[in-house]
Design a protein. Structure first.
Lengths: 234, 234
DNA sequence: ATTTTTGTTAATGTAAGGTTAAAAGGAAGA
DNA sequence: TCTTCCTTTTAACCTTACATTAACAAAAAT
């Protein structure tokens, strides 16, 4: 049926609950790595590729949100589910802001959790068809290495890009010659779509245009009300 | 900022709760269509394009799941959120089976609902893959790319089209050589059919005629009181 | 003949985008 | 803790793009 088991990073400080949950997930054919606190969670996250992270919110030293933010810096795509102790509205809202995919209030029904896991992993699987592991792009006479965050012109000295510059250019490159919808960048990179994030994005477009000026064949065009288009003229 | 408000189909039989929820959503910048039962819900669904459906599970005659199934047959992509009366595990599981994107237990916090709506709509926006072919038309010696909103004559320099110009020309092209009813354009593009939108449309017809003048074989004819017809003479 | 519908151009108001600079945040080091 | 450097956001100001409305002319229908 499935060649490889899906891998879940479970970060939960309560040892009893944690191990029970881990066993339950393993019984349901997931490969589970259990970290007992935020620090350990991040270490394990860096070492491996996971299909899903389940993070407890209430943890000593490093709470789930802080951990989520660190994870997001490394990887903008991994699905994250939060386990919140109670129906803390603030927690839920905060969760979505760091890019959570879902949350569950403890105590929760384990079957429901399984269902959510399945739904989320499937969702990601369908999303991740084209833009999978692409981090290197040729943009006219430029080379973008978006893993190391630099841009080289004609193989010369690389210019360092800030995280936002890098993500934005990468997204544009992924849609080369095609529309890169505003909304897409805002939700993927800024994780929020409002007036200010939108203006912020415009500022970054200006920055990128400045970098790209070196090659007059490369330009970022605007499609009013829709988004931007990175075109390479021949 | 907002090109168009996102459209929500709300199917909820409790009139009090339904209207309150509708008003609340409308206050938050969504365009809401409220149906009072499953049958009505499906009718309205067929008539319009929605960005999201919020379905009450417990409804007389046709429950939320049945409705969801019918909706899914028509459209595999619209996000669906279920409102379940209590933490009915069966309901939740059943919901996911019909392809729900999320569910909420009543009573729920309205801000949390907003958050979910936002998250889900954004998620779907992200998935929008480039299904190009539907956006490219050959109109005489012109090429219309209605995704990138430009019109090329004889493969020369593309002319940019405004959103309304583009949509209108696209509709005409879809009905090439055939009647494109006035009303159709008004409801689909202007989303309102009155004296002013009608005059506005005439203005756009004039603009399109100006663009299309380059190819004397292409013209937009008026059918008095009915609509317009894009004809390509041979 | 006159009312309604359409053709066309121009004027107006608003929203979106371009650009630059200043302010605010945040992390690393002193 | 304070300082410094880098990144990001916010603000300000300006330009361009769009859609609507008005105004007047021409066709078509009654």
């Amino acid at each position: 049926m499935e060649e490889f088991k899906k891998r879940i990073l479970l970060v939960e400080d309560d040892p009893n609950f944690g191990t029970v949950l881990k066993d339950y997930l393993m019984m349901n054919d997931y490969e589970v790595t259990h970290a007992k606190n935020g620090m350990e969670g991040f270490e394990k996250f860096k070492k491996d590729d996971f299909d899903l992270c389940i993070l407890d919110v209430m943890m000593p030293y490093k709470d789930g949100f802080t951990l989520a933010k660190e994870i997001r810096e490394k990887n903008t795509d991994v699905p994250i589910i939060f386990l919140t102790a109670k129906t803390m509205k603030e927690d839920v809202l905060k969760g979505y802001k760091v890019g959570a995919d879902d949350y569950l209030n403890k105590p929760f029904d384990s079957e429901v959790l399984l269902m959510k896991i399945k739904a989320i992993i499937q969702r990601k699987a369908t999303e991740t068809i084209s833009d999978s592991k692409q981090f290197e792009f040729k943009i006219g006479r430029f080379d973008l290495n978006s893993k190391l965050r630099f841009l080289k012109f004609d193989g010369g000295e690389p210019v360092k890009l800030s995280p936002k510059e890098n993500e934005l250019l990468r997204l544009l490159a992924l849609h080369e010659n095609d529309l890169m919808p505003r909304e897409l960048a805002l939700t993927k990179i800024w994780r929020d779509d409002n007036y200010f994030t939108s203006r912020s994005m415009d500022v970054y477009i200006a920055k990128l245009r400045k970098y790209l000026k070196l090659d007059e064949k490369v330009e970022i065009l605007n499609i009013h009300g829709e988004g931007f288009r990175l075109v390479i003229n021949s």
